[in-house]
Design a protein around this ligand. Structure first.
Ligand code: GAL
Length: 448
């Protein structure tokens, strides 16, 4: 191990994508509609009227993408399964062509020496479950999600050993059912918002149980959450303690109850005198033991110690350094504090399951994409990853978001997060400078 900004031999370098953002083939081979397909058909919602009908066409080009990853030198690929491709109605009949596709992808990865890390749900809920039962507002969603997890384990766990139940609880619950930016575009009142989040927790727990019950051998299970990463404003013992407290309480709707088996008091207090009713027995399901914690991380929240509540939170100011997309304020120390605090609170292996940024990414006259901004972003975050490992935190892997430019939700194709440029009119892939940076870092085992 070289002394500065290096990584242990066994550290996992990977990349991450999600089905809806890369696969395309949305109307092919028996795939059902998802709520995101519906969202893309609404006029004026997605930037430039983009749809994910073709996206990166990974459904047809997975061999090329696996070859790219092999060349890059990653040992892991985090991708999600499209629930409506596997179960078009979200329950009942399984689509054999969906199973075939993921078998092909998994086999190609293994042949290339790349370990598949599978996310069961990255937001593309089958539309049919939304229409018939109200999606995540229905308590029945937990049963359907559990059944789906079981069929996934049955089909793939002979070769897939690492699973994430869901990606980013907050985004598919709050953004979809409370703020209304994401499908199904609802603005539900607090009690129903609570129910949506609670059902998502129970569904997660059911999925953990079903995965383990149907697995064809030992597997490892966790989640990938965009928790609010708390950074002490200045490192003092008091601010570090405050950041821990803030991390635990600010994530009180999702990861704290999963890992501790109860909602933190401060979360329940946000409902005032009318704390929503829930069955405490549900926590036997919600708090199923996990093997690791996955943290998606992009942007910081600052914390300082304060007498009364224990902490004061400050969000980055309007003029804080940021990347291309406006919400992405930069502080690489998230890659240190996120894993360290999560470890100190819950003592589980940690994986950074997403980190990366969008950039301007205009090919120059030679066709090269010299994305110095992304190299800057990645270099400094990876240095903090290395610092974290040096401090003895069991941070075991890093999944860069993203391998490819892809369908960035409501931003369509206008925000490019890939280290590989995709020309969406030809599907030609071109390696950016950041690809070479990541490749060099992986091959030399230190940040280059
Ligand atoms: C995450 C999400 C990804 C990707 C990324 C960049 O929140 O899981 O799907 O879009 O943000 O915005």
């Amino acid at each position: 191990m070289e002394s500065i900004f290096s990584f242990p031999q066994e550290f996992i370098f990977g990349t991450a994508t999600a089905a809806f953002q890369v696969e395309g083939a949305t109307h092919q081979d028996g795939r059902g509609d998802s709520i995101w397909d519906t969202q893309t058909r609404l006029p004026g919602v997605i930037k430039n009227g983009d749809t994910a009908d073709f996206a990166c066409d990974q459904y047809h080009r997975y061999e090329e993408d696996v070859a790219l990853m092999k060349d890059l030198g990653v040992s892991a690929y985090r991708f999600s399964l499209s629930w409506p491709r596997l179960q078009p109605e979200g329950r009942g009949a399984v689509n054999p062509q969906g199973i075939d596709y993921y078998n092909r992808l998994i086999d190609a990865l293994l042949k290339a020496g790349i370990t598949p890390w599978v996310t069961l749900f990255h937001w593309d809920l089958p539309q049919s479950l939304q229409d018939s039962e109200g999606g995540w507002l229905s308590p029945h969603i937990a049963d359907h999600f559990g059944d789906y997890a079981g069929l996934v384990a049955h089909a793939f766990s002979d070769r897939v050993k690492n699973f994430f139940t869901v990606n980013e609880f907050y985004c598919f619950t709050d953004k979809g059912y409370v703020q209304g930016d994401f499908p199904p575009r609802l603005k539900l009142p607090p009690h129903q918002a609570f129910a949506v989040r609670h059902h998502a927790l129970v569904a997660h727990g059911r999925a953990v149980q079903a995965l383990r019950a149907s697995a064809r051998g030992p597997i490892r299970v966790g989640f990938a959450e965009n928790s609010q990463i708390m950074v002490p404003v200045i490192e003092t013992p008091e601010n570090v303690e405050a950041a821990k407290l803030a991390f635990r309480e600010s994530n009180g709707a999702f990861i704290t109850p999963i890992l501790e088996g109860a909602y933190p008091e401060r979360y329940l207090q946000t409902f005032g005198n009318e704390v929503p009713a829930f069955n405490p027995e549900d926590f036997k399901i919600i708090a199923e033991p996990l093997d690791f914690i996955g943290l998606n991380m992009y942007t910081p929240v600052y914390v300082q110690a304060e007498g009364k509540t224990g902490y004061k939170i400050t969000h980055p100011t309007a003029h804080h350094p940021r990347m291309h997309v406006d919400w992405l304020k930069v502080d690489p120390s998230i890659a240190y504090w996120g894993p360290r605090i999560a470890w100190e609170l819950w003592e589980k292996d940690i994986y950074i399951t997403e980190n990366g940024c969008s950039g301007t990414d205009v090919p120059d006259e030679t066709g090269a994409i010299v994305d110095t901004d992304r190299v800057f972003y990645l270099r400094h975050h990876l240095r903090e990853v290395s610092r974290c490992i040096s401090d003895g935190i069991p941070l075991k892997g890093y999944f860069l978001w993203s391998l490819l430019d892809n369908f960035e939700w409501n931003h369509g194709y206008s925000e490019r997060f890939g280290i590989v440029y995709v020309d969406f009119s030809t599907q030609k892939r071109s390696k950016k400078l950041s690809y070479s940076f990541y490749k060099g870092t992986i091959s030399r085992g230190r940040v280059v």
